[in-house]
Design a protein around this ligand. Structure first.
Ligand SMILES: [Zn+2]
Length: 262
């Protein structure tokens, strides 16, 4: 994985990473491995317990070629859902690992609000698999940014952790600071689709000193959950204005507000 930061430096040196890996190995010997979703004790680290595997709402093809929402029956590789025909997305394709419910929701909440940043690695592995149609070594992998005040409050951007993990598996170029949030927006939770679009209008920009990573490139935009798509659509528009060849969206979960999945 290549990583581009503004100052051109990695946040952690080799020593720090090896140090953490050694410490992690020691902890693995001392503590039993636990299910990523419910923390039940399991045999092998980095997986789910039998119950969470059973309840994990993985999304499987056949699905809508644009929105990635599953079909009850196969209508062909390029089949489109009624929503994709009536309201085509500004991005090319959206793919997600799971429906936003059960253990998938628990994992997103734990990563975002309980500081379980260790979940980003395994979640990113699953995401790389879900996005295999469009991910390759030439992909430019970009997280949806947090506003700097929210980043300061939360101390990390969960989407950036996921994007870094996806790039580590797929071999694309991770450019965490490509997009910036120009103004603070309300939380999208509780807003309807029109209010969500209004809330994020004009909220994002591409850093001018990083525009070379956009022009003519296939960008993979990474977020934790896709709901109405208002946020990733706003990001897609500024990436297109900066000359991106195409934008695909990769999230861990799809909340499917239209209720197609449930
Ligand atoms: Zn479990």
């Amino acid at each position: 994985m290549a990583q581009v930061t503004v100052a051109g430096k990695r946040l952690f040196g080799l020593t720090g990473r090896w140090g953490r890996r050694a410490a992690g190995g020691l902890l693995d010997l001392l503590l039993p491995p636990r299910c990523l979703a419910c923390t039940a004790v399991i045999d092998q680290p980095g997986g789910l317990c039998a119950e969470c595997w059973r309840d994990m709402p993985f999304l499987e093809a056949p699905w809508c070629a644009r929105y990635g929402t599953p079909f009850a029956y196969d209508i062909g590789k390029d089949g489109l859902s009624p929503r994709a025909i009536a309201d085509p997305p500004v991005f090319e394709r959206a793919r997600a690992v799971a429906h936003y419910s059960g253990p998938a929701r628990d994992m997103v909440m734990a990563l975002k609000f309980s500081g379980r940043r260790d979940l980003a690695g395994p979640m990113g592995c699953w995401m790389a698999r879900a996005g295999r149609e469009f991910l390759d070594k030439d992909s430019v992998i970009v997280p949806v940014p947090l506003h700097r005040i929210r980043l300061w409050q939360r101390r990390f951007n969960q989407s950036a952790d996921l994007a870094r993990a996806v790039a580590g598996v797929s071999g694309g170029t991770y450019v965490p600071e490509l997009l910036r949030r120009k103004r603070r927006t309300r939380q999208q939770v509780g807003l309807d689709a029109a209010a969500r679009r209004q809330n994020v209008r004009g909220a994002f920009g591409v850093r001018e000193d990083l525009e070379e990573f956009v022009y003519g490139k296939q960008v993979v935009l990474v977020d934790d959950v896709l709901t109405t798509g208002a946020t990733v659509s706003a990001c897609t528009k500024v990436l297109k204005s900066a000359g991106a060849a195409g934008i695909d969206v990769l999230t861990f979960a799809n909340a499917d507000p239209a209720g197609v999945l449930s």
